[in-house]
Design a protein around this ligand. Structure first.
Ligand code: RFL
Length: 389
């Protein structure tokens, strides 16, 4: 089998790329380890930046999203029982976040790609990447029915996330890896509970951070900072709700938290990871395969889509004009935005945790939040970074 592009991984990065190049007549195959049912129901992110939505809209891929997604332009911070809100949309050109679960993005992108005749192989195993520095790299895999198959391509797009095979296929010493363990863990909770708020809540409490994120009218995501080394099973559902009530509590307010059935509980190790460059020979890394960011600031899915848009444009230019300019600058173009997001995410991590590494940083966090509450200039900078420049 010969294709122009072999895309490894059907997450937001791989599927955005596949749709984008398909629309320009570039032939590709998408190889996905999991089943279609699994990727279409896997809950993860839920916040799209306006830039991601504009890009999807320009490709005709945002019809359902634009009908169903809630628009959000305000977030709330709670510190020691007091709340203040930042209307970031008003501070940054009326741009808003779109709340739309990642699995719905994935479902839409799979649907549109297949409807237009696209080729996705689900439930593949033992994926191997070969001859990456030649002009005909190849990808080998075992299909769902056990047949060993291979495709040779002009390019391989490694969109298989942090634990995929693409990045480890690059020989040692080629990539420079930047890693930071934040020394923080969150218990991530998904509950069948309608949102108790119209605005995302970030709460700084002496017991640790708590977050109330929005997903849909009937499902909410919550985060609780927990001691490093905690296992999800250490927390009963009752303890989760008790902690959330305590950390979100407001003095002299009738606000209340609506509980619901907890459908997912997992511990997130807060870490950041970036590799440079984001390519090797004819292999290009996209999304989580090249960079991991903490969920603080909700940038991960958006960075993955930006990589896909950047690489897609470079491929289209290559096939239409023969120019390799976009391919050559792909890594630098993406990394500028990746590092800016990492910087913002780190800034927010330090602002919403009481004890990042010492009580000293706890006090700095409070000072930063007070500054945000009081200073229009500081809020404007926050807004620009949060909603996406
Ligand atoms: P994905 O989504 O991980 O997709 C990679 C795909 O590759 C497949 N795969 C393979 N396929 C073939 N062969 C192999 N050997 C393979 N190995 C893996 C996988 O099955 C999968 O389908 O990567 P991509 O496309 O780069 O997208 C990145 C985003 O998924 C990620 O950044 C976000 O989910 C991060 N994230 C959030 N990002 C946001 O922008 N806003 C958020 O609010 C947000 N919340 C979150 C998050 C991530 C979370 N977790 C669990 C990682 C909340 C959570 C809990």
């Amino acid at each position: 089998m010969k294709r122009a592009v072999a895309v490894v991984g059907a997450g937001p990065a791989g599927l955005t790329l596949a749709n984008l190049i398909q629309q320009s007549g570039i032939d590709c195959v998408v190889l996905e380890k999991a089943s279609r049912a699994h990727v279409e129901t896997r809950p993860r992110a839920g916040v799209l930046e306006h830039r991601s939505v504009t890009m999807l809209e320009s490709l005709g891929l945002a019809d359902r999203l634009l009908m169903e997604a809630d628009r959000h332009g305000t977030c709330e911070f709670r510190v020691n029982g007091q709340a203040f809100q930042v209307s970031y949309s008003d501070l940054y050109g009326n741009q808003k976040h779109y709340v739309y679960p990642q699995q719905e993005v994935v479902k839409d992108l799979i649907g549109s790609f297949l409807d237009a005749g696209g080729d996705i192989r689900f439930s593949v195993s033992d994926v191997e990447l070969r001859d990456l520095t030649s002009s005909t790299p190849s990808v080998h895999w075992t299909s769902a029915d056990g047949v060993r198959t291979c495709v040779s391509a002009d390019f391989v797009a490694g969109c298989d996330g942090f634990h995929g095979v693409s990045r480890p296929s690059i020989p040692d010493g080629v990539l420079t890896e930047f890693t930071h363990q934040h020394g923080i863990e969150w218990l991530a909770i998904l509950a069948e509970a309608p949102p108790s708020t119209k605005a995302i809540i970030y709460a700084l409490h002496e017991d640790g951070f708590a977050g109330h994120m929005l997903r849909s009218p009937s499902v909410s995501r919550f985060y609780l900072q927990v001691p490093v080394g905690t296992k999800a099973s250490d927390w009963s559902d009752e303890q989760v709700w008790e902690a959330l009530h305590k950390r979100f509590a407001l003095q002299g307010s009738t606000w209340s938290l609506t509980e619901g059935k907890i459908i997912e509980k997992r511990v997130l190790d807060m870490r950041s990871h970036v590799v440079e460059p984001m390519s090797y020979g004819r292999l290009y890394l996209l999304g989580d395969a090249a960079h991991i960011i903490t969920p603080v600031g909700a940038k991960g899915m958006n960075l993955a889509m930006n990589d896909a848009a950047t690489f897609g444009r470079a491929l289209i230019s290559f096939y239409e004009t023969g120019s390799e300019a976009g391919l050559k600058t792909y890594s630098d173009d993406c990394l500028r935005r990746v590092w800016r997001a990492q910087e913002f995410s780190q800034w927010m991590v330090n602002m919403i945790h009481t004890d990042v590494s010492s009580p000293f940083f706890g006090r700095l966090a409070q000072a930063r939040l007070e500054h945000l509450a009081e200073s229009p200039a500081y809020r404007a900078t926050f807004a620009e970074n949060y909603v996406g420049p």
